[in-house]
Design a protein around this ligand. Structure first.
Ligand code: MEV
Length: 440
């Protein structure tokens, strides 16, 4: 076989799988069968999935579940979540129920602006560049008039274009820093199309600007791309209740629990190693909603973690305080989501997720995602500072272990019964299973 392989993407799916079987799966013929086993029997639906990306061979399922009892801004919602990790949905449901009887979650969108840049090189007089920019600004906007028409009809569009001198960071480096409103669309394609057009107009106009010398006319665009850092597209979610209302069976005394809880948050505020895990738990909730609704979780992850490090040290995304006997607990995150366009409109399950959420606007979905993150963090810290997480986690994980061991339903029932009162570890489960099988 000669590498690199040419024309692979032009092969049919069957040919690609045959190639894979011959090249990498010779010792594992069942893998080929598994790939085929995961095809959807409805060929139309399978074709739809095949076309989401390239060189598709099969589907990779994730569980799609819901966490009910979320009271958000006075509305009861069940939040759809796509996530493989055991305990995440259970934890969400528990936190939702806890806060449902304590006033629920309040969420507020603090801004919806997104941004992007034309990164370009210019070696010349900065004052002339500024004059040039002021002169061509209307032309830049005019050059995207067709692209923005639909978006403007929906109330969005280009909000601003600024020239930024970044030569203190990198020689000859300037930007057109642009901001956008994309309403219910995530807007990545819209923003990138506008930016590429701005870049082309910028270069073309530079060639014709009389004040520029021949060298200055060689202004050239390096790249035009949106930023996934969206601090102006931000949402806050919060809960609050009298400290004594925090107490119940698991927490014990409300005041003691609140103090321990806040200490748990403070550790994540000051200690980056803990903050990473703390925020990972928050992302368990956020990513699951982002995925279920067909949004781009990589963009969301990158933007949120950058925000967590915005002051120079990576820190907690959630915060808590007690004021006048009231426990306040909140999260603030930047997050760009869409409820129209892209996979949100194409993936049938993303459509179902949006239906479950009562067809939210992008702003409402931002609120829901922030609430899912806060709820997840609440559940994690609550467990960590009381029982520890392993108790609940292993209970959920028990099913995974049983499935790995291909237990029958009667074996499952016996083992679940046994571990109601015994600590769950992998080796303990295997031991009990072996005992049952030896008796049988
Ligand atoms: C596990 O997926 C998430 C936690 O580790 C989060 C945390 O420690 O806060 C439980």
């Amino acid at each position: 076989m000669a590498y690199p392989i040419s024309g692979f993407s032009k092969l049919t799916k069957a040919e690609k799988i045959a190639w894979l079987g011959d090249t990498y799966l010779k010792n594992s013929p069942s893998s080929v069968h598994t790939l085929q086993n995961y095809w959807h029997p409805d060929s139309e639906l399978q074709n739809l999935h095949d076309e989401f990306t390239e060189n598709t061979l099969s589907n990779f399922y994730l569980p799609f579940g819901i966490a009910p009892n979320f009271l958000i801004n006075g509305r009861n919602l069940a939040i759809p979540m796509a996530v493989e990790e055991s305990s995440v949905i259970a934890a969400s449901g528990k936190a939702a129920k806890f806060w449902n009887t304590r006033g629920g979650f309040k969420a507020t969108v603090l801004g919806t602006q997104k941004s992007g840049h034309v990164h370009f090189n210019y070696s010349g007089d900065p004052k002339k560049l500024l004059l040039f920019f002021e002169e061509i600004k209307p032309k830049l906007l005019a050059s995207v008039s067709e692209i923005v028409r639909n978006m403007e009809e929906r109330g969005g569009g280009v909000l601003s274009i600024e020239l930024k001198d970044k030569t203190d960071l990198l020689a000859n480096y300037y930007q057109l820093a642009c901001s956008f409103e994309t309403k219910d669309a995530m807007g990545a394609n819209f923003i990138n199309t506008c930016l590429e057009q701005f870049g082309a107009t910028l270069e073309k106009e530079a060639q014709q600007f009389d004040l520029f010398s021949e060298t200055e006319k060689q202004l050239h665009v390096i790249m035009s791309i949106l930023s996934n850092y969206v601090p102006e597209c931000r949402v806050r979610a919060e809960v609050s209740c009298p400290v004594e209302d925090l107490g119940n069976k698991q927490e014990g005394n409300g005041k003691i629990f609140a103090e321990k809880f806040m200490q748990g948050i403070r550790i994540a505020e000051v200690e980056p190693s803990r903050a990473v895990t703390h925020n990972k738990g928050i992302m368990n909730g956020i990513d699951a909603v982002v995925l279920a609704t067909g949004n781009d979780f990589r963009a969301v992850e990158a933007g949120i973690h950058a925000y967590a490090a915005k002051d120079g040290s990576y820190t907690s995304l959630t915060h808590a305080e007690i004021k006048n006997g009231i426990f306040h607990y909140w999260i603030e995150i930047p997050i760009a989501l869409g409820t129209i366009g892209g996979l949100t409109s194409l993936h049938p399950l993303a459509q179902v997720a949006l239906e479950i959420l009562q067809k939210p606007s992008a702003k409402e979905l931002m609120e829901i995602a922030a609430v899912a993150g806060l709820a997840q963090n609440f559940a994690a810290i609550r467990s960590l500072v009381t029982t520890g997480i392993q108790k609940g986690h292993m209970k959920m994980h028990l099913m995974n272990i049983l499935n790995q061991q291909q237990t029958t339903s009667s074996e499952k029932a016996l083992i679940i019964e046994h571990f109601q009162t015994n600590p769950i570890t992998h080796s303990a489960v295997i031991e009990v299973l072996q005992k049952i099988r030896n008796v049988e």
